[in-house]
Design a protein around this ligand. Structure first.
Ligand code: ZN
Length: 90
């Protein structure tokens, strides 16, 4: 990821890149966040932050789903939270 500035608007590496945010679909005005992976994408700064946080959360959930170690930790965390909540209510 990087940042595209207004001075980069005519850069060859922006040719064919839609000036719309891939997260919200609204038009993009530079500066904007630029992703060049298997495809090239532009995002508003706020949308990039939102997407980044969502990706991290999903990555953690995916790790939890795939790893017995993390599954045990998640169960222990939920059990602790339930016990704590019940102690507060009682
Ligand atoms: Zn956006």
């Amino acid at each position: 990821m990087s940042v595209v500035y207004p001075a980069d608007r005519r850069a060859w590496w922006l040719d064919g890149v839609a000036l719309a945010c891939v997260e919200c679909g609204e038009p993009i005005e530079l500066p904007a966040v630029y992703w060049h992976g298997a495809t090239r994408l532009l995002l508003h700064a706020d949308c990039a932050q939102h997407l980044g946080i969502a990706l991290l959360q999903d990555a953690r959930e995916c790790d939890l789903a795939a790893s017995p170690h993390w599954r045990r930790r998640a169960v222990a965390t939920v059990k602790h939270r339930l016990v704590t909540e019940e102690a507060v209510v009682a």
